[in-house]
Design a protein around this ligand. Sequence first.
Ligand code: NIG
Ligand code: FE
Length: 389
Amino acid sequence: MSSLLIDNIGELVTNVAGTGEGGKLGIRRDAAILVEEDRVAWLGPARYAPAAARRIDADGAAVLPGFVDSHAHLVFAGDRAAEFAARMAGQPYTGGGIRTTVAATRAASDDTLRGTVRRLRAEALRQGTTTIEVKSGYGLNVADEARSLRIATEVTGETTFLGAHVVPTEYADRPDDYVGLVCGPMLHAAAPYAKWIDVFCERGAFDADHARAILTCGQAAGLGVRLHANQLGPGPGVQLAVELGAASADHCTHLDDADVDALAGSATVATLLPGAEFSTRSPYPDARRLLDARVTVALATDCNPGSSYTSSMPFCVALAVREMGMTPAEAVWAATAGGARALRRDDVGVLAPGARADLMILDAPSHLHLAYRPGVPLIRQVLHNGVPR
Ligand code: NIG
Ligand code: FE
């Protein structure tokens, strides 16, 4: 059996609450961690470390669970840099540019799409992301949604069918027919490649009745529910997510008190996506209000060519701390264990015996540096499935 010991760890963030310092971060000092195959086999004080076939000297650095990016749209073609420039010159973001990416995606070859997905997956891994969710949503017909998901399965098991991203142009005057297509032939073709179903529930996309119909069909087909909710304005999305027992309500930018109460009384995670507010120059969600109400909060990138073209979880952590009222510890937890909760996973986002050996060694002595040193490449080395990358 291949074994690897990482020792001389100055700060080991385990996310096992109550086992060390830092509350939920479960921080251990002067620690070591033993990896066997793709799992954590042991962790504890460096002086008790068992022997191993190979060794990495962390040289006093911080070691954390790999980031769990629970919301990304990696399957697309083209980019929308000009739309971004127009926004920075004062244009609002409406989501209307999604149709531009749909046209480019439909016209692209499998190899072009595959190249983009692999490039972005590799980019995210270099920045510490060891688990990533990938959505369809730029195909919006039976063949292109199924194709998008099939390509997504080549890089992750966390795939999400987002056929209900917007109503495509050819169905513009008959949205009910499009919902029928999504619930019928499109779901049938997509389900073999999908673990989750998602809907963009927003004015200009899908209303609560359409979203409920689509998500219920997805549940009947065995898919778990997640939802784009309350991104651009107040709306029914968060309440619907809670009603359906969704794993996550994503964006949560415009919430009223009833939305916060509903989340607080539920098992639905609020996934905040500050890259979207950054890139659309919009007000950030109020993470502090959610945390104070004891809502479970996750952070994710929303990586997509329109509203948030970043694959960087460290960037999202820094934004959450500077702009959303989160402490560095809360943001790091949300970007690791929080993302795992949003995907209903207990084998990632945590470092404990039996967990996946997905971790990162920082070029820094503490998790604090992820927010304290924004924009600096602080990920020295990543282990994914126990393999140094
Ligand atoms: O999560 N809001 C809907 N979907 C994406 C944006 C997609 C796009 O603009 O291409 C989001 O922000
Ligand atoms: Fe999104």
